[in-house]
Design a protein around this ligand. Structure first.
Ligand SMILES: [Zn+2]
Length: 292
């Protein structure tokens, strides 16, 4: 049995705030689950993040208190957290009186980054790098992804929405991979996101009955299982992969990308598992590896 953890990066709305929408499936053999789980926990524990969610986009941001608090980097984790929370509370109180819209935004920012308040930006980056290195080194993991450049996507021509196309592509490639393996079955595991849960369940039901545009679906079974991303380390790593792919395509950031792209499903030299849907003759590493 292969478990395929699905997560997205960017928004499927056109145009939306990001140029790309990326849907990732990270497949692991079920009998490796325990070992990989322990590997993730081991890394998170060293950064004081056991039982906390890794959400890469929020971790990679710069937090203002880090530069405002003197000697922040040389404090203990506990002292940093205490100082950071005090600083955050003071800045919130100032905003509350001055600007209610900024206050609400800032409150959300602080909630999303609360778990990481005891880490410096360098440490957060290093943690994410170490997790990407884990993925890179797990020889049995396969990454599937559809990276849609929304500037080149026309729903009327595609006959479907951005996220529908992405799911169809990821399911098709995961199914092909399982077909090539032989008898193994696969199960999709999704972040429990209410807005996509129902649509993806219905789409998957249709794939199971009629196949996708590209293949019969015989090895992927069931509609997606939904889990809480806060509690599921593997979903968080799918999130990391989505972040790495999107930041490579939108900002040419290649460090995390180079690590996780090693796990793209390949047939011979060709990275069949990951596609960049964009203009013809794109010269990015994904398109080059997909064309070989
Ligand atoms: Zn490309």
């Amino acid at each position: 049995m292969r478990l395929c953890y699905i997560d997205e990066s960017g928004t499927p709305e056109i145009p939306g705030p990001t140029s790309h929408y990326v849907l990732v499936g990270l497949s692991i053999p079920a009998d490796k689950w325990r070992r990989y789980f322990d590997d993730i926990e081991h890394v998170k524990r060293r950064y004081g993040l056991e039982d906390r969610e890794i959400h890469v986009a929020w971790m990679m941001r710069r937090y203002p208190e880090e530069t405002a608090i003197r000697s922040f980097g040389s404090m203990s984790f506990d002292d940093r957290r205490k100082a950071a929370l005090e600083h955050r509370q003071a800045s919130l109180s100032r905003l509350k009186a001055a600007d209610s819209r900024k206050f609400r935004q800032q409150k959300k920012n602080l909630r999303k980054t609360d778990a990481y308040a005891h880490l410096t930006l360098d440490e957060r980056r290093q943690l994410v790098r170490e997790l990407a290195m884990l993925i890179s080194g797990w020889g049995m993991v396969r990454m599937f992804a559809e990276c849609v450049d929304k500037n080149h996507f026309v729903p009327e021509i595609a006959g479907k929405s951005v996220d529908e196309q992405a799911l169809e592509q990821v399911v098709s490639r995961f199914e092909r991979y399982l077909q090539n393996l032989g008898q193994d079955l696969g199960l999709l595991i999704h972040d429990n996101n209410q807005t996509v849960a129902k649509r993806h369940t219905n789409l998957m039901r249709s794939f199971l009955r009629k196949g996708t545009l590209w293949t019969d679906v015989r090895h992927v079974i069931e509609t997606p299982m939904f889990v809480d991303s806060e509690l599921t380390g593997m979903i968080q790593l799918a999130d990391l992969c989505g972040y790495a792919l999107r930041r490579y395509l939108e900002n040419s950031e290649s460090e995390l990308f180079n690590l996780v792209f090693r796990r793209a499903d390949r047939v011979g030299q060709t990275a069949v598992g990951v596609r960049h849907f964009t203009r013809p003759a794109c010269e990015c590493k994904i398109c080059e590896a997909h064309r070989v």
